[in-house]
Design a protein around this ligand. Structure first.
Ligand SMILES: *[C@@H]1O[C@H](CO)[C@@H](O)[C@H](O)[C@H]1NC(C)=O
Ligand SMILES: *[C@@H]1O[C@H](CO)[C@@H](O)[C@H](O)[C@H]1NC(C)=O
Ligand SMILES: *[C@@H]1O[C@H](CO)[C@@H](O)[C@H](O)[C@H]1NC(C)=O
Ligand SMILES: *[C@@H]1O[C@H](CO)[C@@H](O)[C@H](O)[C@H]1NC(C)=O
Ligand SMILES: *[C@@H]1O[C@H](CO)[C@@H](O)[C@H](O)[C@H]1NC(C)=O
Ligand SMILES: *[C@@H]1O[C@H](CO)[C@@H](O)[C@H](O)[C@H]1NC(C)=O
Ligand SMILES: *[C@@H]1O[C@H](CO)[C@@H](O)[C@H](O)[C@H]1NC(C)=O
Ligand SMILES: *[C@@H]1O[C@H](CO)[C@@H](O)[C@H](O)[C@H]1NC(C)=O
Length: 706
């Protein structure tokens, strides 16, 4: 596996911390609150009109003859439901009504280049095979903060008219024009689809932006910024304003994107903890997308490294963690004695090598005309520059000259300050350097275990999400308190890694237009670069990176895949004890949960089980079925690779699979035995099916509460 590209420039990354304070959106004037009433799939009766049904439900519970003021939104294109202003007692009544799956408050969720594609092996130009005709018919729907339509990343130079299948619109509000690249725009915020936060332009250009040469942040990271599928089209669905993204608008965006005909949905938004699927707008929207053949890719969240922090936990969603690449941004501090220290920051300010007095300051020091040396994470507004201590382990943009040193380097600086009467030094402009330690999962990236479905490993995969350069909005300052306006900016977060994987999913689809979401999901997971404890800074297990690091080229040719359809996901929900009544509403079909439906037997590309006892001997089995998407007459042999320190015994039966034809399916069972699990660390192994060409790898993770 070629892990690293020989050359590297830059990519797009943005860390928007998922501050995650979930506040209900209230209408205090009348003690009413906006609730989302989710009604599952659309009834197929020809006489059913969703909107009039929604209004009559409202009439019934409110007793008001005109309820149009109560109705905030109707979902009626891809699934059924509405958002409305209700009192507490009205909410209770609606929840009891026939046809209602769940009623939940409209909350606010949070938003969570140049070289990342090279790093992943997807090179520019002729060295990467592309199916351009189909790529041009591929549409990525991005649910985010809108886009900056004038960005070169979304220019339509060389693009023909939108694909025939496109059923969307351009309704971006005043002064917003779509083109043959940016083919669709919808707004659910009332602000217009123009991006005033930069986040949506960043994510959309990472997934599908044009190749734009000479993109940089004031020269930093200078290179070609591009998305995974530069020839694909973009449709922007704006659901976020600076204070957050409401559940009711996220549901509307899914309702429309599915009906508009997008191929892949990228959504870098999340809550700060896992919530039941029938109350989670992203899980609901993505379920209906899956049923229509559309894969949803979602950020894992930025609440790491705390365990159980992953909020994106549905098996029909591809959940993405964030990791570093082989490029990092470093900012040198050069002392007058010739010593050089290396810190983090994205510092575009050039002090031209001039030395200034270094003064150690306390909280609130300003150090005018000097360089402030501070152990606090503050930045002086008047000092020539600030040198402080790095507490994040990644570089971000600062509004003033800054370098953040490791604690060790900071201590050396302090002893230099102590050792001389008039210490002097300077801070250099940031350089992009080769990072031989990449990829490592970022500390902020949300970690498993999955609290909602404890036997489903999440996140699924990791991708570049640290120090990513991508398109931005000149309306948004690149850092807090920053007056500069930029077209490309550097950011970090699972918000940045998510669109990388959405771009990969779209890339795979251009070669395999008939592959279902689960086949693409499986191909991405089973071909990932394997990672291990040495590949993460902190909290380093499969709960950080899932199957490993995405490999776009290998994912084109996975050999075998773990397929899932809607019925399989329903069986999984049965295993989680969802009732037939709720399931019927969610799916629009009569569902009878039967037999042994353990969630861990979902035909997922990873295998995980949470066991309750730490010491007694255990036996856990996983049933799986693989489908041959490689070549006829191939024979796969199983191999078990135990991870360091793992004392499991794993048997695969049968351990050889002979596939006569393409699309042939074969079942097997994995039996894991062991005893005395470590309560602190999961025990893990990899199952690899190999035919000599393909290595189809699935992580097996056994853990216990502790
Ligand atoms: C439309 O928006 C662009 C970008 O902000 C701006 O340059 C232009 O002046 C605006 N035009 C109008 C008519 O507002
Ligand atoms: C970026 O690199 C290109 C090509 O090397 C060069 O022409 C351009 O001036 C650079 N841009 C900046 C802002 O440094
Ligand atoms: C600097 O000197 C002061 C006073 O001599 C001492 O208390 C302090 O520990 C020294 N700090 C470092 C970092 O050497
Ligand atoms: C930063 O890296 C150091 C050294 O690897 C580690 O001890 C520390 O926990 C990391 N901090 C964060 C916030 O990731
Ligand atoms: C971790 O992975 C690296 C690269 O794949 C490998 O060289 C190393 O031996 C692995 N370490 C452990 C502890 O398995
Ligand atoms: C579902 O209910 C069964 C029977 O009450 C119980 O044994 C099982 O643990 C439950 N499963 C989950 C995931 O809660
Ligand atoms: C799992 O596979 C074994 C062996 O084929 C079979 O006996 C068992 O019934 C299967 N279990 C489920 C839940 O499908
Ligand atoms: C697969 O093997 C069978 C039996 O050996 C043979 O008849 C068939 O032609 C082979 N198929 C392909 C596509 O090679």
């Amino acid at each position: 596996m070629a892990k690293r590209a020989s050359s590297f420039c830059l990519v797009l990354y943005v860390v928007v911390l998922l501050l995650g304070l979930v506040s209900a959106v209230t209408d205090d004037r009348q003690d009413k609150q906006v609730y989302v009433v989710y009604m599952g799939s659309l009834p197929s009766r020809p006489d059913y009109t969703p909107m009039s049904n929604h209004l009559s439900i409202l009439q019934e519970v409110t007793g008001e003859s005109s309820t149009t003021g109560r109705l905030v939104r109707s979902y009626k294109r891809s699934f059924n439901g509405f958002a409305a202003r209700l009192t507490e007692s009205e909410r209770e009544q609606v929840a009891e009504m026939e046809g209602v799956v769940s009623v939940f408050p409209n909350k606010k969720l949070q938003l969570q280049t140049t070289a990342s594609w090279d790093f992943m092996g997807l090179k520019e130009g002729k060295n990467t095979k592309r199916n351009l005709a189909i790529e041009s018919d591929t549409i990525i729907g991005v649910i985010d903060t809108g886009v900056w339509p004038e960005s070169e990343s979304f220019s339509d130079k060389g693009f023909g008219p939108p694909p025939k299948k496109w059923k969307g619109v351009c309704s971006g509000g005043k002064n917003f024009t779509c083109n043959n690249k940016l083919i669709g725009a919808r707004d659910y915020t009332g602000e217009g689809t123009r991006d005033n936060q930069g986040h949506g332009s960043h994510t959309a250009s990472t997934a599908a932006g044009n190749a734009v040469a000479g993109a940089s942040f004031f020269g930093i990271g200078n290179g070609t910024a591009r998305g995974g599928v530069p020839a694909a089209r973009v449709a922007a669905y704006k659901v976020c304003i600076p204070t957050g993204c409401t559940t009711e608008s996220i549901l509307s965006a899914f309702d429309d994107a599915i009906a508009d005909g997008v191929d892949v949905i990228s959504i870098s938004i999340g809550d700060d903890n896992a919530i039941p699927y029938e109350k989670d707008p992203i899980a609901i929207g993505a379920f209906h997308a899956m049923a229509k053949g559309i894969l949803t890719v979602n950020s894992a969240g930025n609440s790491g490294p705390t365990p159980n922090s992953v909020a994106s936990v549905a098996p029909w969603i591809l959940t993405v963690a964030a990791s570093t690449t082989n490029r990092e941004f470093l900012t040198k501090v050069v002392l007058e004695n010739g010593r050089t220290l290396s810190g983090r920051s994205v510092n575009a300010f050039d002090l031209k090598g001039k030395n200034y007095p270094l003064v150690e300051g306390t909280l609130g020091s300003q150090a005018k005309g000097q360089i402030l040396v501070s152990r606090y994470p503050t930045i002086s507004g008047t000092a020539v520059a600030t040198i402080n201590v790095d507490y994040k382990n990644y570089s971000s943009i600062s509004p003033r000259p800054l370098s953040s040193l490791s604690q060790d380097d900071f201590d050396s600086l302090l002893s230099y300050l102590n050792s001389t009467k008039s210490p002097r030094g300077t801070v250099l402009k940031t350089e992009a350097v080769f990072n031989q330690k990449g990829p490592k999962v970022a500390s902020f990236s949300s970690r498993g275990p999955n609290t909602l479905a404890v036997d489903l490993l999440k996140p699924d995969i990791t991708a570049p999400g640290v120090e990513i350069l991508a398109a931005y909005s000149p309306l948004s300052s690149p850092s807090l308190g920053d007056q500069r306006q930029v077209k490309y900016s550097v950011d970090s977060g699972t918000s940045m890694s998510c669109p990388h994987v959405a771009g990969v999913a779209a890339y795979i689809k251009t070669f395999h237009p008939d592959w279902s979401p689960s086949v693409i999901h499986s191909a991405i997971m089973t071909t990932a670069w394997s990672m291990n404890a040495s590949d993460t800074g902190v909290a380093s297990t499969e709960f950080a990176y899932g199957a490993g690091h995405v490999d776009p080229i290998a994912a084109l040719n996975p050999g075998l895949v773990y397929e899932l359809n809607k019925a399989d996901h329903i069986t999984f929900l049965c295993g989680l004890n969802y009732t037939s009544k709720t399931l019927k509403l969610i799916t629009g079909e009569a569902v009878t949960c039967t037999g042994n439906t353990l969630p861990r037997n979902l035909n997922y590309p990873s295998m995980s089980a949470k066991l309750s006892e730490t010491n007694s001997p255990f036996t856990v089995t996983f049933n799986r079925t693989v489908t041959n998407v490689g070549i006829p007459n191939s024979t796969y042999k199983s191999q078990i690779v135990l991870n360091h320190g793992t004392k499991l015994s794993v048997k695969v039966s049968p351990n050889v699979l002979s596939m006569k034809s393409v699309n042939e399916k074969q079942a097997f069972t994995v039996t894991v035995t062991g005893s005395g699990l470590d309560p602190k660390l999961p025990s893990s192994a990899n199952l690899v099916w190999s035919d000599g060409t393909h290595n189809v790898r699935s992580p097996i993770v056994i853990y216990t509460s502790g």
